[in-house]
Unconditional design. Sequence first.
Length: 530
Amino acid sequence: MTPSPNSPNSPNSPNSPVTVYVPRDSAARSVGADAVAETIRTAAAELGRPVDVVRNGSRGMLWLEPLVEVVTPEGRVGYGPVAPSDVAGLLDAGFLDGADHPLRLGVVDELPWISQQLRVTFARIGITDPLSPEDYERHGGLVGLRRALETPPADVVAEVTESGLRGRGGAGFPAGIKWKTVLDCADELKFVCCNADEGDSGTFADRMVMEGDPFMLIEGMTIAAHAVGAREGYFYIRSEYPDAVATMRAAIEIARENNWLGDRILGSDLSFDLHVRVGAGAYICGEETSMLESLESKRGLVRAKPPIPAIQGLFGKPTVVNNVLTLATVPVILANGAKAYQELGVERSRGTQVFQLGGNIARGGIVETPFGVTLRQLIEEYGGGTRSGRPVRTVQVGGPLGAYLPTSMLDLPMDYEAFAAAGAMLGHGGVVVFDDTVDMAAQARFAMEFCAAESCGKCTPCRIGSVRGVEVIDRIVADEEREENLALLEDLCDLMTDGSLCAMGGLTPMPVRSAIEHFPDDFLAREGTA
């Protein structure tokens, strides 16, 4: 199903360089990966042991970062988390030969966290050098693009449609239908836009794709361009992701040098180029029409729909707008066929989802599995429960506007329809865990406060409703005309849901209502507030 994750392993000898992997992912760098890599280089040189330090992406086991891997005859052996002060002891113990040490984890591919997953979109991430075109092709890169370029555009669209791929940005809209709409437009000028404005709490998969396997995303964008007839595309990346911006820009230049972008790509009739644009950090620009406004150098305001972007998008032209994970999955679908991808998942949720475990969690990171895994499995089996050691009280899935789910709902399967039926949403796959010390009235208030701060201000229900929502919740907690204000809050939530122009105001009531429904006692007056 996926490209082989195993790099060639050969016995290390004193005269041949030992390959050592140290992640360049920004999460690993934030806890000292750069210093670890440099310390390994210098300390090994002093010992006369040549090493080849490869800066790979992160494997997604973030609690073990910096995770150092050494190529040995038995496989890539991991050590972590490694600090610069640990390097001397590791070298003395013989870690360049895979020797035992308190930080030794074993062969990384055999660790339960990795081996129990089915990595499709993340198959190469953590395995390869993100900016090595040779490494990319050795691990299955360009197979999907080459097949697409030999296939009529309409058949490529049909393949994506048949796979069941749905937008991973949150809405879950079928990608193939969106592509077909753009393909059927008669305009000669069309665009492909990748929305990488990843702003939901507890989400980081888009960043890890851009930093860990940028060529895959470029390949997906190029396939989309061939499928719909576009000649130009844009990555819209939030300014808080400087490493992702730098990596994508470097990858685009390398792709141009290798004729993966530009005129007559790989000898085909397709000419297509990509550009990076950096957003200023507005949460609302995660909404596709606000993003398009920003790309046009305008203020990020939501557009009224219709017309939809597939018909009248960037600069008024037909535009494919997809999330990072959606476009990054396309090469695998084209390489292996729609059927192989469609066989994964459940019901209408086909393929795999990249879940991101965050919040009060013992083992935070990336888990990619077919749809249908339960919340309990993600939190307990992969996440290891709370980091604090206290009981889980609630889990928020789908970002700051997602529902708060109590522990009685942890056996809910992770698929779009099951979540919708439960009054929740899967969103971008972010899972944020809270222990029993959380104040759910404060969380409900935060949802309204967040909306007030991040609203683009174009529509009244979102702009004014969120401000009034904070005030009403404060009155409820202070026990001021409690029943009347609860009824008022419900009416306000109805108005925001039905009257807002986009999901910003329309979804803000979801966390508020779920908090009141599942944790009503937290909204009772507490000492010092009445």
